[in-house]
Each structure stands twice: as structure tokens, then as C-alpha cells.
Design a binder for this molecule. Sequence first.
Ligand SMILES: [Zn+2]
Length: 255
Amino acid sequence: MTKKTNRAEKWTLEEKLEYTKRVIEKSDNVVCLSGIGVVMECGALNFNRDDVAYRIEEEYDRCPEEIMSSVFYNVRMKQFYEFYKTELLNTKLNPTATYDALRKLQDAGKLKACITYNIYGLAGQLGIENVYELDGSIHNNWCSKCGKTFPMEYLRDYDGVPSCDACKGPIRPGIRLHGERMRNDLLTKAANACAEADVLLVLGTNLFDDMVQFAVNHYQGDKLILVTKHDHFTDKAADIVIHEYVKEILPKIVP
Ligand SMILES: [Zn+2]
């Protein structure tokens, strides 16, 4: 990622908010990249955090990445589903003002796409359209034998390994497991959306993240707005950097 020098580095928070609000006001093509921080603010777990990873390893005798892998899923489906149901499907999320702001942006005809690797399907459920879920969603599950689809609740409430009510085949969770490829059609759509974007909002993640880099590399503009609570050495590649909670900032910059 090569980028010009950050002209707004010395700006105050108010100046950054003012500038960002103005560019969004003028734009009719905003694309949002929604990272883990956005769903963490809703109450989701971050398995990359040391304390969470440590607890998982204590409780399940394996690290989260191993459990969430295609190899583990295929070989130990029972343990996979114990973890998946407890740690992911039973997580009660409380949508933040971030989603209201995104909807407002959409209603104004500005938001063209929302790209995410969050798997909770929140954006779609809350009325955001053109969501590209690069890591899939807990809501799109299917029978690996006959292809029948199942809602998240069917898996969550199933006693043991969820099986199809039509053919008894095991149900495949709708998320991308470690070791599996990302869907090419989604990657292409995401890349195209970024290439055409005027303003790129990167929320709750950093530019070091692989998927963010992929998206940012297709972006041609000079209005890359990064809103994230935690700083990172790659932040300076963004045009505007705001280190705050997304839910507190986004409503302020959406006109
Ligand atoms: Zn089936």
C-alpha cells in the first residue's frame, strides 16, 4: 500500500469530523469496510484477543483458529458444534448506532456497499443492502447432502450435531472456516465497489489486516477515513484517522 503523506495528521478531532462530514456530504459513492471492532462494540467476542483465546484454550483444549478450521470441522464435528453454538450462536448482540448511521447513509443514496468479514449478519438484518460478507454468515447454513438451507436458530437449538430434517445429512455452517478459500464472486464485487468508491470508510479494524489491504488496494481515491479505537503503525496510510469507538463517531460524520 503506497499512500501520500497524511495532511490531517495534526488536525483536532473536531477538524477531522468536520472535514469527513463535508466529504461525505459531497459524495454519492461511499463504501464501508466493517471490521471486528464494529461487532465487538455490539458485544461479539474477538478470538484474536489474548484473554479470549486463553479462555477458549482452557475450556476446549484447543485454540480458536484450530476449532474454526475446515480440518477440525470435518474430523470433529461434535466438538466443533459445541464450540460454535456456545461461543458464536449464543452470543447476544446489541446493535449500535453505527448501523443506524449506515442506514441513514444508504437512505441518502450514498452508501453503495458494505464489505465485511464479520459473520453475524447484523448489517443485512438491520436493513443494509449490498453487504459483501467475505467470511460468510452464521445465518446462511445448508445441508451438505441435499443443499436445503437452514436459519441460524435451527443450528443453535439443535441438540448435538445439527442434521437436515429432510435427508439427515450434516448441516454445514455458513461461515468460511480456516483453510477454505474466499468466494471469488464476492471478492470481485468488493474490489469493484472499492475501485468505484469516492469515500472509503474503514471501521473498527486496521489497514494491516489482509482483507482490508485487499480492499484498500483497489481504492483509487484520497478520502480513506479510518475510525478505530486502537492505533496501529499502518494508520498513517489513511487520509483521516480517528481513534475512537465507531459507534460514537459514525453518527457524527453522517450528515
Ligand atoms: Zn439434506
